[in-house]
Each structure stands twice: as structure tokens, then as C-alpha cells.
Design a protein around this ligand. Structure first.
Ligand code: HEC
Ligand code: HEC
Ligand code: HEC
Ligand code: HEC
Length: 332
């Protein structure tokens, strides 16, 4: 396996990183007997969200832990400065070769399902931040193991997503109101301050696809602006009258234009992805890959995208962590 430095780190949850004092287990890669107990616990300490992710879950059940693919990564685990990468990383070009070592002809008798999948998702942002096409690699379709920025570097013919947030600072963004916005460990961390506020892109957008990956500390009332502060805004909240959850679309001062009634689509403790298509007056919303619905209520023809955080009583401890904001501009 080739050692490969992969720049994108979006799905890594960091909450417990600096508390980590565990020693590496005795797990050795590329070698299994069925008796050996495989345990990913030492990686979950920092990579919280991957415990529930498909690629890791499926393979753990088969006796293949993180170290099977990434190596024991002892230095990586014990480097509190986070300067050492794991032993094995995979760029887009290396994924197929790894997966194909064990999966010789994975879609035998299932080509029609794969084709149907491509038709269903082509041109739409998926929950893992990837676009799907005939040239997709395994992890574009399977799992949410990665949310990465590699897409743009690979091919001119695939739809291009670009990062609206550069992962380092708030270049290209401006703030409004009292909310505080900081960049920590590659993420935007927003707190509402006394009265809340907003973070807006300097750029004005008309038609686009957007995928926003975020984690919320409750209770919170937040949202994503689609074309400036007149709305609509895709809400991150729990609302009781009417009953509505994250993914609902609101028009400030006017009420809710689209209700998400399904509480189960949202993971309150983990990372979630809102995918939004904005075209003319229409906006279509997906939460974690499930379609919520569409509205036709965009009046402004252009406007900034933005992140909203409401302040005031009850929201003192709210925090919104945004891992990624990916945008693909659409041509009319
Ligand atoms: C002490 C916390 C910690 C532990 C334990 C840990 N990681 Fe990480 N890992 C991180 C952080 C932080 C990053 C992101 C580094 C950055 O932002 O530069 C990361 C990034 C990664 C990446 C992506 C690196 C890249 O450059 O794309 C992989 C793969 C990875 N870890 C695998 C593992 C595996 C496998 C284990 C268990 C054997 C593990 N990690 C245990 C903190 C940890
Ligand atoms: C079956 C092999 C396999 C297993 C098991 C596996 N990974 Fe990975 N991992 C990969 C591949 C392949 C990639 C690159 C995926 C891509 O970019 O499409 C990757 C990417 C990552 C990344 C970088 C994500 C990003 O956004 O760039 C992290 C972090 C990571 N793995 C951590 C882990 C941890 C922690 C475990 C165990 C809980 C684990 N992996 C288990 C194969 C594996
Ligand atoms: C070390 C061997 C190994 C590697 C590497 C590996 N897998 Fe697997 N994978 C397995 C085994 C064993 C199973 C369970 C048996 C089966 O369904 O094929 C499995 C199951 C799966 C399944 C579930 C199949 C089902 O029945 O639902 C998917 C999807 C999958 N792997 C995708 C991947 C992808 C994507 C990669 C590359 C990131 C990968 N695998 C790498 C061994 C491996
Ligand atoms: C364009 C999307 C796409 C790509 C790319 C893709 N798959 Fe799949 N794969 C699917 C779909 C759809 C299914 C069918 C799932 C179902 O049965 O409902 C599937 C099924 C599978 C299964 C399960 C087969 C079974 O027995 O149930 C495995 C394993 C698998 N894929 C592995 C891989 C590997 C390894 C790669 C890369 C070499 C890959 N896939 C690339 C979409 C894709």
C-alpha cells in the first residue's frame, strides 16, 4: 500500500482527542485468525462518528478493524499535537485497489441496482459529500466514511464541488450581529452570544447545490440561509407548534414553508449533512440523504449563503460546529 497524504479530514470528530492517554492495543494489520478480537475503541476515542459509519461497522463485524486498512497508526494515536498521520491513507486513486483486494466482483448480478443508484443520485449532492457518476469510486457510493475535497482535483467532467469554507480561517465570510464565529481544528464553531447573529458569504449566489456538514449542541436554534437574510432558511431546531424538526424551511417573519416531521432523520449527538438544491425560485432539501421536500419561495435572484444562530434565553449553551460547506454552482 502506498502512503498517501490526504488533506481532507472532515468527518473526524475531535471532542475527546486531547484526553487520550490510551496505549495502542496489540492489533496487527494484514493478519487475522478468527480468534483474535478486533476492537476499534482506541480509534473511536477521537473518531467518534465513525463508530456508526457503514464501512467501519460492516468490516468490524467481519473481523477487520480500522487498523486493517489504516495500519496500527501508533504514532498517530499518541501524537497530541496531531502532526503524525496514520500509517496508510488512501487518495481517490487508491481506494478501488484496496477494496478490490477482497471484493473481486462486488456487483455480480447487481449491475442494475448500481445503475439505478447512479440514475437516482447523478447531479445531486449526497450525504457523504460526494457526487455519483459512471466513474465513481467505491466510497462515493458506499458509506459516509469520508467527506472530502478531493472531488475537484480529479476530473474535469465530474460536477465540481468547491469548499466555501477553506478550513483555516473565515476568508470570504463576514459576520452580522452578536454571534461569535471561530475556526478551530478545521471547523467553524459558532456561539450565539447575547442576541445571536449570522455568518454570510461575501459571494452572492444564484443557482447551486450545497452540502453542509454540522454538529449541534442543544438546545439550539440555528439555520442555513440560501440567498441572504430575507430567507428562506433551512432550520436546525426542534419546534413544537407546529411539530417540526431540522430540515424544515422557514421564512423569517412569515412562518414555516416546509415541515420536516421526521425526528429520526437527525442525529442529535453526531454529524449531520443538509444537502440543498437552489434553482430559480425553488429549493429542495435533503437531510442525511433523505429528501424532506421542495419549496418555491425564493424571491431574491441572488444572495449570500449564510449560517444563522439565534440567541436569547434557553440558547446560552448553544454551539454549532460546521465541518464543511461545499458548493457546486449550477448553470442555468
Ligand atoms: C488522540 C486522538 C486520535 C486518535 C486516538 C486517533 N486519531 Fe485519527 N485523527 C485524529 C485527528 C485530530 C485527525 C485530523 C488531523 C488533522 O486535522 O490534521 C485524524 C485523522 C485521521 C485520518 C485522516 C488523516 C488524513 O490526513 O486524511 C485517519 C485515516 C485516521 N485519523 C485514522 C485513525 C485510526 C485508524 C485510529 C486508530 C488506530 C486513529 N485515527 C486514532 C485524532 C486521532
Ligand atoms: C475497509 C477499509 C477501511 C476501514 C476498515 C477503515 N477505513 Fe478509514 N478509510 C478507508 C479509505 C479507503 C479511506 C479513503 C476514502 C475516500 O477518500 O474515499 C478512508 C478514510 C478515512 C479517513 C479520512 C476521511 C476524510 O474525510 O478524508 C479517516 C479519518 C478514517 N478513514 C478513519 C478510520 C477509522 C477511525 C476507522 C475505524 C473506526 C477506519 N477508518 C476504518 C478505508 C478504511
Ligand atoms: C480485508 C478485506 C476487505 C477489504 C479491504 C474491504 N472489504 Fe468490504 N467486506 C469484506 C468482507 C469479508 C465482507 C462481508 C462479506 C461480503 O459481504 O462480501 C465485506 C462486506 C462489505 C460490504 C457489505 C456487503 C453486504 O452484503 O452488505 C460492503 C458494501 C463493502 N464490504 C464495501 C467495501 C469497500 C467500499 C471497501 C473499500 C473501502 C471494502 N469493502 C474493503 C472484506 C473486505
Ligand atoms: C455508483 C455507485 C457504486 C459504486 C461506484 C460501487 N458500488 Fe457497490 N453497490 C452499489 C449498489 C447500488 C449496490 C447494491 C446494494 C443493494 O443490494 O441494495 C452495491 C452493492 C455492493 C456490495 C454488496 C453485494 C452484496 O452481496 O450485497 C458490495 C460488497 C459492494 N457493492 C462493494 C463495492 C466495491 C468494493 C466497490 C468499488 C470497487 C463498489 N462497490 C463500487 C453501488 C456502488
Amino acid at each position: 500500500m502506498k502512503r498517501h497524504l490526504h488533506p481532507a479530514l472532515a468527518t473526524v470528530a475531535l471532542a475527546a482527542c486531547f484526553l487520550c492517554t490510551q496505549t495502542a492495543g496489540a492489533a496487527e494489520p494484514q493478519q487475522h485468525d478468527d480468534e483474535k478480537k478486533v476492537d476499534n475503541g482506541m480509534c473511536y476515542v477521537c473518531h467518534l462518528t465513525l463508530e456508526h459509519e457503514a464501512i467501519t461497522k460492516i468490516h468490524l463485524k467481519e473481523g477487520y478493524g480500522c487498523t486493517e486498512c489504516h495500519g496500527p497508526s501508533t504514532e498517530h494515536m499518541h501524537d497530541e499535537m496531531q502532526m503524525t498521520t496514520p500509517d496508510f491513507l488512501y487518495g481517490r486513486r487508491e481506494v478501488e485497489a484496496l477494496c478490490s483486494k477482497c471484493h473481486k466482483d462486488p456487483h455480480k448480478g447487481k449491475q442494475d441496482k448500481k445503475r439505478a443508484f447512479i440514475e437516482r443520485w447523478q447531479g445531486k449532492p449526497r450525504t457523504n459529500g460526494r457526487a455519483v457518476s459512471e466513474k465513481s469510486i467505491c466510497t462515493d457510493c458506499h458509506g459516509t466514511h469520508n467527506i472530502d475535497k478531493g472531488l475537484k482535483a480529479e476530473s474535469k467532467t465530474e460536477p465540481e464541488f468547491t469548499a466555501a469554507f477553506n478550513g483555516k480561517d473565515l476568508t470570504g465570510w463576514k459576520t452580522a450581529g452578536q454571534a461569535q464565529w471561530k475556526v478551530r481544528l478545521g471547523r467553524i464553531v459558532g456561539t450565539p452570544g447575547a442576541t445571536g447573529g449570522d455568518l454570510f458569504s461575501e459571494e452572492q449566489l444564484d443557482d447551486y447545490l450545497m452540502a453542509v456538514t454540522f454538529r449541534a449542541d442543544w438546545p439550539i436554534r440555528a439555520g442555513i440561509w440560501l440567498r441572504g437574510p430575507k430567507g428562506p432558511r433551512v432550520e436546525i431546531f426542534e419546534h413544537d407548534k407546529p411539530t417540526a424538526y431540522t430540515g424544515t424551511v422557514g421564512l423569517p417573519g412569515k412562518g414555516l414553508a416546509l415541515l420536516n416531521l421526521r425526528k429520526d432523520l437527525f442525529d442529535p449527538g453526531g454529524w449531520n449533512t443538509l444537502s440543498i438544491e437552489v434553482r430559480g425560485p425553488h429549493a429542495t432539501v435533503w437531510l442525511n440523504g433523505e429528501k424532506i421536500g421542495a419549496v418555491a419561495c425564493l424571491t431574491a435572484e441572488k444572495g449570500p449563503i449564510g449560517v444563522h444562530l439565534e440567541g436569547g434565553p434557553g440558547y446560552e449553551n448553544a454551539q454549532l460546529t460546521v465541518g464543511e460547506i461545499q458548493i457546486q454552482k449550477l448553470t442555468k
